[in-house]
Design a protein around this ligand. Structure first.
Ligand code: SF4
Ligand code: SF4
Length: 275
């Protein structure tokens, strides 16, 4: 793969802090320890580091996640300046100040992935905020997790979103519920039901019959990487403690080519980086 022809994709975990406590969250038992991995920088300081990325690797697709990104201090200002030099996607629980966001941010450089968490969000105001984004020209769809205890509400929520013209997708649950591992434990009926809304069906099919990726060549670390809350950069979520460097290092570099995978499993959609 020629890096010059493929834009770099970085996931940026801007911090590990959130105002929700979803029971299915990756961080559910780790908020206190992960929350300490925190780098508080001003918009200008972030601009300096992200300019370095731009100068070295060109315009990059940055997927900002967390925690809840809108809770990061001066988040909207950071997006305003970063979106001038990179393309941005934000995953959010929609508890942030969407009114100010639509006034300050240009919709052609920023898309949003809106995660609806029914234990903490009220659907009426969630729809209002989503329509505000759409009216301002943002590309934004709603994603709902097919978590076993909340599967019974899928149709109700789907109808509410779709009747207002909002795209509705499901994500499969990866984790344990009542002693069973998912997605392996979805029944055939449940899989049939969720399949039409599942953006990540390829991922499930890939993983349910997958062999280990260990030793196979992978572009993670080369054309893709994760910037963690304290600035450390890793190839992917499975190799979260193998640091390549830190985005604040002046000489920060990614790998010069694809390298062999060092992990036993690849349970996220990062498997798309495998060659
Ligand atoms: S909103 Fe997202 S980051 Fe926050 S607790 Fe829920 S799943 Fe985790
Ligand atoms: S195959 Fe998956 S786990 Fe292995 S390096 Fe690539 S992204 Fe990481």
């Amino acid at each position: 793969m020629d890096k010059d022809s493929v834009p770099l994709r970085l996931t940026w975990d801007i911090h590990y802090r959130c105002n929700f406590r979803c029971p299915y969250c990756w961080f559910y038992k780790k908020w206190a320890s992960e929350g300490r991995r925190y780098l508080l920088l001003s918009p200008d300081e972030w601009l300096r580091h992200w300019l370095k990325v731009r100068n070295r690797y060109g315009e990059t697709d940055i997927a900002i996640t967390g925690g809840e990104p809108f809770l990061y201090p001066n988040f909207i200002e950071i997006i305003k300046i970063l979106s001038l030099i990179h393309r941005i996607k934000i995953t959010t629980n929609m508890s942030g100040d969407i009114n100010t966001f639509v006034k300050e941010i240009a919709p052609n450089r920023v898309t949003l992935d809106l995660n609806f968490h029914p234990l903490f969000s009220e659907i009426g105001s969630f729809i209002e905020k989503t329509l505000l984004l759409k009216k301002a020209g943002f590309r934004a769809g709603v994603c709902y997790l097919a978590y076993p205890p909340q599967m019974g509400q899928i149709d109700i929520f789907r109808r509410r979103f779709e009747e207002t013209g909002i795209n509705f997708a499901l994500a499969a649950f990866w984790g344990e519920f009542e002693g069973k591992r998912y997605p392996q434990s979805y029944t055939p009926q449940e899989l049939d039901f969720i399949r039409p809304f599942l953006g990540d069906i390829d991922r499930i099919v890939y993983h349910l019959g997958a062999e280990t990726p260990r030793g196979k060549l992978c572009n993670a670390g080369y054309t893709y990487a994760i910037v963690q809350g304290d600035g450390y950069v890793v190839r992917c979520g499975q190799l979260a403690d193998k640091f390549i460097g830190n985005i604040t290092d002046e000489e920060f570099h990614l790998f010069d080519s694809a390298r062999a995978c060092e992990a036993e499993f690849c349970p996220c959609n990062e498997y798309v980086n495998l060659i």
